[in-house]
Ligand binder design. Sequence first.
Ligand code: SF4
Length: 84
Amino acid sequence: MAMVVTQPCIGCKDKACLPVCPVECFHEDDAMVYIDPDECIDCGACVPECPTEAIFYEDNVPDQWKSFIELNAAKSAESPSAHD
Ligand code: SF4
């Protein structure tokens, strides 16, 4: 299980979520940031920091954004760390 970044993140790039992540598991591309599900420890620290309320626990991702669960895993594997 992991947290998942969803649709409202697209175009935001505020990145207020990044400094609070204890395991630095965010990745990014031109569109948004993603959480690596293999590294996220479900601490929840990033959730209240997100200005667009885009981050959900995997089990609580709204139906219309379920595709972001796989997208976060795939994009984390191919995109650079957002913490560099
Ligand atoms: Fe990082 Fe915690 Fe958010 Fe997972 S839940 S991405 S470990 S801050």
